[in-house]
Write a new protein. Structure first.
Length: 206
């Protein structure tokens, strides 16, 4: 299984920080040897710089992706999703959804998906419904909008840019690389900062 992380200019570091750390470290994986590869994907193979100034070197370009069953395409927020050069990426994501592949998008990437019609018939959320309608004149999915931090609708996960924790939680549950009790304890620990959830997290690994 491959997790393809889109790395484009002005990538919003905080929106995928939890997810990248947990997938890369594998510290809570039910099986640390599980077949789960985190791959950085760019519009080209050229380096890009995030909002935080971190330089990312893509492992491959989007035109080299071959999505297979179980793979996930993750689209972090960025100031680039309304630019012409990212439209092929968004169209790839839309077509992947239509074929039953899994896509997860947060913040500005949800607006990008709206611009290519990917949210018109799928449950989703974004930063705000009014913001989504204003930012995407092509958007016709208002009846499918849910006012929640993160929403999973079949093979699509969407989230507000203010919900990186909830976004990561939904993606990790979708990937099933953690035990359900591990995912629950991890989320509750970060959400509430209560000591009991740390002990439950540790216990879930035994």
């Amino acid at each position: 299984m491959n997790v393809y992380l889109a790395v484009v200019e002005s990538l919003a570091d905080w929106e995928v920080g939890y997810l990248m750390a947990e997938l890369n470290s594998r510290r809570y994986f039910a099986d640390p040897t599980a077949d789960c590869n985190l791959l950085k994907v760019g519009i080209t193979r050229d380096e890009v710089r995030s909002m935080g100034g971190v330089v990312y070197t893509p492992d491959l370009a989007f035109d080299a992706i071959e999505l297979k069953q179980g793979d996930v395409l993750v689209l972090p927020g960025s100031n680039m999703w309304d630019q012409p050069q990212t439209r092929p990426v968004l169209e790839l994501a839309r077509d992947a959804l239509d074929r039953g592949h899994r896509v997860a998008a947060i913040c500005g990437a949800t607006v990008g998906l709206a611009n290519v019609g990917a949210l018109n018939t799928r449950r989703h959320t974004s930063n705000d419904l009014g913001f989504l309608k204003q930012s995407s004149p092509e958007y016709r999915g208002e009846t499918w909008y849910r006012k929640e931090p993160a929403v999973r609708g079949d093979n699509l996960i969407t989230a507000s840019g203010l919900a990186p924790l909830e976004f990561s939680y939904e993606v990790l549950k979708m990937l099933k690389v953690w035990r359900p009790e591990t995912a629950k304890a991890w989320f509750r620990l970060h959400k509430t900062r209560q000591e009991r959830w740390y002990h439950e997290l540790v216990a879930s690994m035994s």
